[in-house]
Design a protein around this ligand. Structure first.
Ligand code: SAH
Length: 394
């Protein structure tokens, strides 16, 4: 097994449990390890820190998998970690009562760095996003079949990660049989069709489940403008909870096609979906003097990494400013950011500044994040990416 030696002074986060070795923290690699190999990580004095997968092409060159020197990284380990992930969702969180679509494996958060698996009814969609996980794909698929007995397993590549890791982009059926059509899930009583392994993420935004429920619970008899509806998300929750009128928009035609189907499945007659740009629509609504009881903004990731943060903050502020203008006095604005590089504090500042700019006072009623089936390892705060703020607009 190869050994990666960390530069002097760079091992502290690893001693404290952080699972990443950055490329620029590495002094040298001994034993000629290749991409995806399991390597030992030691500090400059040769003290053992852990073992993990080597990704020489990536900024994160090693992701620690094991903190001991003996446990084999084989099928038994995958099964044990998957079993723990299963128990958390099914037993501890009781998710089967709430939904049949959830994140089964959240990478570092479940001790399986580089692996994301979502389940939709009996179907799994897996993302292998490091060289190490990609190299052990068959073994991991076997373990997924052993632990979850799914009807099918599909691959959904994260394009950016594949590029960073130098692994091929693979999509499509990996195990089992292709279901005849898109399966549906029932989340808090709202039905969503999922286009498996297509669309965004692995097909659905399970991470917003709790925030959708919160907005839905406040929507009775209200008008709810859903600015980035994707397959209907917040808008369908609002409709299911008795909202009076739910205009929803998205820039993606494919997402909207599914949103329209979902509206029919849920008998959501108050919903009106339209393909449009959020900013342009907000400008038009403002010109027309329109206002809504609740406005929901949930744009795609605006900052891919730290370098993109200043621009993303300007975009959030601009979006929030335009959204605030169409909230009726005393109404609610619900905003989200799935840019992991943007901190919660900075995100909330964009809302505060936008409110100041339009001369409206806001009260923060709730702050949220990704649902608990997207757990964050305490020693790896980077796993927390979703921010959500619900505010009352004077
Ligand atoms: N709220 C959704 C998830 C939204 S994901 C849910 O609960 O499921 C973000 C969505 O924003 C994507 O569907 C994407 O197509 C859409 N989008 C991106 N740019 C946009 C724009 N300029 N105007 C409107 N929608 C946009």
């Amino acid at each position: 097994m190869g050994t990666v030696v960390v530069k002097r002074g760079r091992a502290k986060p690893l001693w404290r449990g952080h699972p990443w070795v950055f490329r620029d923290s590495i002094d040298r690699a001994e034993g000629d390890p290749g991409p995806g190999d399991l390597v030992s990580v030691v500090d400059d004095r040769g003290r053992f820190l852990g073992r993990g997968f080597f990704s020489p092409a990536s900024l994160i060159a090693v992701r620690i998998l094991l903190r001991d020197e003996e446990t084999p990284a084989d099928g038994a380990l995958w099964r044990a970690r998957l079993e723990r992930a299963r128990a958390l969702r099914e037993e501890t969180l009781g998710l089967p009562v709430v939904t049949d679509g959830w994140r089964l494996v959240h990478s570092e958060g479940d001790g399986l760095p580089g692996l994301v698996v979502d389940r939709y009814a009996g179907h799994l969609v897996a993302q292998f996003s490091t060289a190490g996980m990609h190299a052990r794909r068959e073994e991991l698929l076997d373990a997924l079949e052993d632990v979850f007995s799914p009807s099918s397993i599909h691959a959904r590549a994260d394009r950016r990660a594949c590029k960073a890791e130098g692994i091929p982009e693979e999509n499509g059926l990996l195990r089992g049989e292709q279901p005849p059509g898109p399966p549906s899930i029932l989340e808090n009583g709202v039905c969503f069709r999922i286009s498996l392994g297509a669309g965004h993420k692995t097909g659905f935004y399970a991470d917003q489940r709790d925030n959708r429920r919160l907005v839905g619970s406040l929507a009775r008899d209200r008008s709810v403008l859903d600015l980035h509806t994707y397959t209907g998300g917040f808008g369908l929750y609002a409709a299911a909870n008795g909202a009076a009128d739910v205009p929803g928009l998205d820039s993606s035609g494919a997402a909207l096609a599914l949103a329209v189907e979902n509206a029919m499945l849920n008998n959501g007659r108050q919903v009106r979906f339209e393909r449009a740009d959020a900013t342009e629509t907000l400008n038009r609504l403002h010109r027309e003097g329109r206002a809504f009881d609740i406005v929901v903004s949930d744009p795609p990731r605006l900052a891919a990494d730290r370098r993109g943060v200043p621009k993303a903050l300007r975009m959030y502020r601009d979006l929030h400013l335009r959204a605030l203008r169409v909230v009726r006095p005393g109404g609610l604005l619900a905003v989200s950011s799935c840019s992991g590089a943007v901190t919660e504090e900075d995100f909330e500042t964009t809302l505060k500044e936008a409110a100041y700019d339009v001369g409206r006072d806001i009260q923060v009623l709730a702050r949220g994040g990704q649902a608990a089936d997207h757990p964050v390892l305490a020693t790896c705060p980077e796993g927390r990416y979703l921010k959500f703020v619900l505010a009352c607009v004077a």
